[in-house]
Ligand binder design. Structure first.
Ligand SMILES: Nc1ncnc2c1ncn2[C@@H]1O[C@H](COP(=O)(O)OP(=O)(O)OP(=O)(O)O)[C@@H](O)[C@H]1O
Length: 494
């Protein structure tokens, strides 16, 4: 593959885009389910080549071809780099409908438009979640180096990724890492008025400037996410697991200290600064909290998790960090262990099944498959003597409801109307339990104040989006670009 030099976009185009049918491929299995499409492992029938097919979800599209797909195709056609996923072609199929059960079990792909990608064995979140997988330091350095190299290529080509997180970093069994999911990416070369939406990037990876309402921003937004991913790799779990935007900011400030004009010149001008600045000064605790990391890792992390985007390290500065040049050095990707394929979709599904099984086992045993007989009690006693099966674990598909928005934060209580909508964005079902970062995309606005996150949902049920800022919430009334009620409007402001 030819790789364009930094600063140059390879505009060479593939000849037959969209001209082939999806019938050239047979489905092997589903490996991903994002907010905007399902991803399948598939085989090209003629050549036997294994590929990943991302079905472009059209069901919610009243306004034509989804903007996220247009973005992804447009940018990926221009970006050619060994650390960026390769979009090979687009194929279409007039095949059977989505809910056709027979089709779901068959190898035939259902009707729709598909993006054909090179296949990658894992995503970083899926791999890290695999029981028994522990990354070594040279391995983490190797992944981080590739991640930064791919991102540096994007940034010098004036592309912001805007959804950096583990599940969008794909790995193959040769140890290669590639950035994927450019559905929220944006070319900032063409954005002259500088008005960008701040409702991008999955909450746990979202930088403070976006949470404070920035509409002018640059590559530093991705670099904050890189800091979160790096710390997560070393820590073994995500480091800033906010449940709502205020809670996320709260967690950031508790770790990185309070922002003020000294450590972040201009911060007081952000739209939400006065609403969210901590009421009392907080100390920066990055070095203290991660004191078990080695000093070079800590140094890099400290520069990535810098509140002021102008002082935060760029991908280039990060690549030059001591961390990558001292022993133990990053390993050769080819020397890395080969793992059984692991995508976040599958690991989550497995966990969900296990949890369901555990819940079932916890339930009181039913006699002859019937509910346990009620104890005969006087009506007045019945009140306090509920049949035990009702006290069992919740079988709500989303598990526990998330904590009320705002949580134990210092922010004023939030407007509670519609406090939680488990089927946000129209996605139902769900992996329950653990908190989950709302997706990079803001959900469709339902006109009420909603918490930012719910537990993660399954195929699409993951689609727990960050909340829309409520127009009546503590965010201090209407703000530019808020109160949008569909995706195309939502992204109207780029
Ligand atoms: N080329 C690929 N090879 C292997 N797996 C892939 C590939 N592309 C995507 N996947 C899997 O599918 C998942 C979802 O893909 P992607 O993020 O592109 O979809 P999306 O609809 O934009 O998702 P999201 O809403 O999570 O951003 C990835 O996390 C990954 O596990």
């Amino acid at each position: 593959m030819t790789t364009a030099a930094f600063g140059q976009i390879n505009t060479e185009e593939l000849p037959t885009w969209g001209s082939r049918s999806a019938d050239c491929f047979e489905k092997i299995k589903q490996i991903g389910a994002g907010m905007y499409g399902q991803v399948f492992k598939a085989r090209e029938i003629r050549t036997g080549e294994i590929v990943a097919l991302k079905r472009i979800r059209m069901d919610n599209e009243k306004e034509g071809f989804p903007i996220t797909a247009i973005r992804e195709i447009k940018l990926l056609k221009k970006l050619h780099h060994e650390n960026i996923i390769k979009l090979k072609e687009i194929v279409t199929s007039a095949g059977p409908e989505k809910n056709d059960q027979e089709n779901q079990d068959s190898k035939k792909l259902e009707g729709g438009i598909y993006m054909v990608f090179e296949y990658m064995d894992h995503d970083l979140t899926g791999l890290a979640d695999r029981p028994g997988v522990r990354f070594s330091i040279p391995q983490i350095k190797c992944y981080m180096k590739q991640l930064l190299t791919g991102l540096h290529y994007c940034h010098v080509n004036q592309v912001l990724h805007r959804d950096m997180k583990g599940s969008n970093l794909l790995l193959d069994n040769e140890g290669k890492l590639k950035l994927a999911d450019f559905g929220l990416a944006k070319s900032f070369a063409t954005n002259h008025d500088g008005q960008l939406t701040n409702r991008v990037i999955t909450l746990w990876y979202r930088p403070p400037e976006l949470l404070l309402g920035a509409t002018k921003y640059g590559p530093a937004v991705d670099m904050w996410s890189v800091g979160c991913i790096f710390a997560e790799l070393l820590n073994g779990s995500p480091i800033l697991q906010g449940r709502t935007e205020p809670d996320q900011l709260n967690k950031i400030f508790e770790l990185c200290g309070s922002p003020d004009e000294n450590n972040w010149p201009g911060v007081s001008k952000y739209y939400f600064y006065n609403n969210f600045k901590p009421p009392r000064p907080l100390k920066r605790r990055v070095r203290e909290r991660f004191r078990r990391f080695d000093c070079h890792a800590l140094d890099l992390l400290d520069h990535l998790l810098t509140l002021d985007p102008n002082q935060r390290w760029s991908a280039k500065q990060a690549l030059d960090a001591e961390y990558f040049w001292v022993d133990p050095l990053p390993c050769d990707p080819k020397s890395l262990p080969k793992y059984e394929s692991s995508h976040e979709f599958e690991t989550k599904k497995r966990k969900q099944e296990q949890r369901q099984l555990e819940e079932q086992n916890k339930r009181p045993r039913l006699q002859h498959g019937r509910l346990p007989p009620y104890q005969h009690t006087e009506p007045h006693q019945m009140k306090d003597t509920q049949p035990s099966f009702s006290a069992g674990p919740s079988h709500h598909p989303y598990g526990k409801h998330p904590a009320p928005p705002g949580g134990p934060s210092m922010y004023p209580p939030r407007n509670q109307s519609g406090a939680y909508n488990p089927s946000r964005g129209g996605h139902v079902g769900g992996y329950s339990g653990e908190p989950y970062p709302p997706q990079g995309r803001a959900p469709q606005y339902n006109g009420s104040s909603m918490p930012a996150s719910g537990p993660r949902g399954p195929p699409g049920g993951y689609g727990v989006g960050p909340p829309n800022y409520s127009q009546t919430s503590q965010y201090g009334g209407p703000a530019p670009g808020r109160g949008l009620n569909n995706r195309s409007q939502q992204y109207g402001r780029q």
